[in-house]
Design a protein around this ligand. Structure first.
Ligand code: FAD
Length: 387
């Protein structure tokens, strides 16, 4: 009966678990692992300051495995340092270049935007509180952030912002937020289990499959939500195909930047992905009813609250990955829901460089979690005596 759980279609999706596992292991996971190592994708701009609007600092920021190693200025790519201006260029009255070009711009990508994401609460505009972090030096893994501080954050996220739905409720829109957060929560736990401090005295790290079973595998809905979230983000990435393929991945290292572009193209438009899972999530089915627009606004507000709660995560490294992944989810929500209809998407999608970095790093994290769950379930279940 245990095995039956992951046979058949992933909820609200068009492809089955077996296909997702095969697609992930053979195509997406290896490509994403290479992508996140490129100079463009390994630096994330973030405000790490602990300024929680809800509770006072509880001292968790000083945990040993928790602090983030920031980058020296010299390390991060030159083009990232140039501020992108929010102001319009000064109109040069009378000069030919001042005339408005009214031809329709059919390019999907017309430069990185500076407009803040409507789904998140962070002000992403460059300011002195922002630092660049090398994500490769700060892996998401066990940090020792446990107890009331961590629990308070998850409780606030679930109870205030996306109440658990009961199975009788059929409103897909209301379930969406819960499933996304729960899927992300599963993914974070999977990373803790896959890179755990086994022995503090000898500083030895490794897998903790008991933790994997006790906190994720024992609850089939947590595994289902992980797969759902992975496919939701994959859909956003493939929907933004034109934009992502055309986007400029400039870091000053021509060879690496060409590699980045080629990897993105393979991820968003690999024929194997399209053939295996043509529509990983069908966003067109949502917000159809009379309450559609109102529901969308309500869910956007709830997601912004979740994003604000990230400033209260007491451990710096957890806050870094929490912020990155919430921005990644917010970017997926923006791609799928803020721009209406396929036609508009081609002309209207505008993303920040940091949003795209967050989106692809989130997809990689979810892909790692799906792979670990798929490969380790039999071993973890046999250790737990249920395999
Ligand atoms: P928790 O994971 O804290 O869960 C709390 C409760 O939520 C559970 O008792 C259960 O009722 C429910 N729950 C658990 N999982 C799910 C799910 N998937 N879906 C629905 N409900 C669920 N710790 C690290 O070591 N490294 C990190 O990088 C890290 N990053 C974090 C990022 C954020 C944003 C937050 C809030 C916490 C982070 N933590 C991290 C802490 C970690 O998530 C746990 O809170 C901690 O390990 C304590 O776990 P726990 O067993 O008390 O259960």
């Amino acid at each position: 009966a245990e095995k039956q759980k992951y046979i058949g279609m992933v909820e609200d999706c068009c492809c089955d678990y077996e296909t997702v596992n095969k697609l992930n292991t053979e195509v997406l996971h290896p490509l994403l692992q290479d992508l996140v190592k490129t100079p463009f994708y390994r630096y994330f701009k973030v405000k790490l300051w602990c300024d929680c609007p809800f509770w006072p600092d509880d001292g968790m920021c000083r945990l040993r495995d928790c602090s983030v190693c920031e980058c020296p200025e010299s390390e991060f790519p030159e083009p990232f340092k140039k501020p992108l201006s929010k102001d319009n260029p000064v109109c040069q009255e009378g000069k030919p270049q001042a005339a408005v070009d009214r031809t329709v711009d059919t390019r999907a990508f017309t430069g990185w935007t500076v407009t803040d994401n409507p789904w998140t609460s962070d002000d992403e505009t460059d300011n002195e509180e922002m630092t660049y972090v090398n994500l490769r030096l700060n892996p998401e893994r066990y940090t020792g952030y446990i107890g009331p501080s961590a629990r308070r954050i998850w409780d606030a996220i679930y109870s205030e912002n996306c109440p658990r739905y009961t199975s009788e409720q059929s409103c897909q829109e209301e379930k969406l937020l819960y499933k996304l957060v729960s899927g992300l929560h599963s993914s974070i736990t999977v990373h803790i289990a896959s890179d755990y401090l086994l022995d503090e005295a000898t500083n030895s790290w490794g897998q903790n499959l008991t933790l994997l079973y006790d906190r994720v595998l024992r609850y089939p809905d947590r595994v289902r939500n992980l797969y759902f979230t992975f496919l939701f983000v994959l859909r956003a990435v493939t929907k933004a195909e034109n934009y992502l393929v055309e986007a400029e991945y400039e870091t000053g290292n021509v060879i690496e930047d060409l590699k980045t572009k080629s990897l993105v193209k393979q991820i968003v438009s690999d024929p194997k992905t399209t053939a295996a899972c043509p529509l990983p999530f069908d966003e067109a089915k949502l917000w159809k009813g009379q309450r559609g627009p109102e529901l969308k606004q309500q869910i956007q507000k709830q997601f912004r609250n979740i994003s604000a709660i990230m400033d209260c995560v007491g451990c710096e490294k957890c806050r870094l990955w929490g912020k990155l992944q919430i921005l990644g989810l917010g970017t997926a929500l923006k791609i799928l829901f803020t721009v209406n209809g396929e036609d508009n998407l081609r002309h209207n999608l505008e993303l920040q460089r940091n949003e795209v970095i967050a989106l692809m790093n989130l997809l990689n994290r979810l892909s790692e979690s799906v792979k670990f769950v798929h490969e380790m379930s039999p071993v973890a279940e046999s250790i737990a005596g249920v395999g």
